[in-house]
Ligand binder design. Structure first.
Ligand code: DQA
Length: 146
């Protein structure tokens, strides 16, 4: 069975109360349930995790080798800073999709730079929580064609 790892970076544990005007009111728990429902429909296995620590995210990416067919990552602010996360994704060579709740191209200039985008095969952003199940669909479609 296809297995997808969904990684969430710093501050995404606060979804629901964190800047709801930007990120909406859906919690990460709610998003996890939405992903589980979509996974059942797509007949795939999904494991969703969140960490505020760059090294933990890197360790999870390394450990994904041999266990997961694809990685969906909302790296939060590490998107814009972390060459280390970018290198981790390149190192494991697992197809990776970049995901954001907000449209990072329509916000502050510093959010336009994405290191994750340099190694991801696609980007989904600006759809709020709905972007997560969309990302699962996109990943499954991508894995079918590769
Ligand atoms: C985010 C966008 C990032 O710029 C920000 O630092 C986040 C959330 C998003 O999902 O829209 O933490 O990744």
């Amino acid at each position: 069975m296809t297995a997808i790892l969904i990684l969430n970076g710093p501050n995404l544990n606060l979804l629901g109360t964190r800047q709801p005007e930007v990120y909406g009111t859906t919690t990460l728990n709610d998003i996890e349930k939405m992903c589980a429902q979509k996974a059942a429909l797509l007949n795939i296995r999904v494991d969703m995790r969140q960490s505020n620590h760059e090294g933990v995210l890197i360790d999870w990416i390394h450990a994904a080798r041999g266990s997961f067919d694809g990685i969906i990552i909302n790296a939060g602010a590490y998107t814009h800073t972390s060459i280390a996360l970018m290198d981790a994704i390149s190192s494991v060579a697992i197809p990776t999709l970049e995901l954001h709740l907000s449209n990072i191209h329509e916000r502050e200039d510093f959010r336009r730079i994405s290191y994750i985008g340099k190694v991801a095969f696609d980007l989904i952003m600006g759809h709020g929580a709905a972007g997560y199940p969309m990302a699962l669909e996109r990943m499954v479609e991508h894995l079918k064609t590769t």
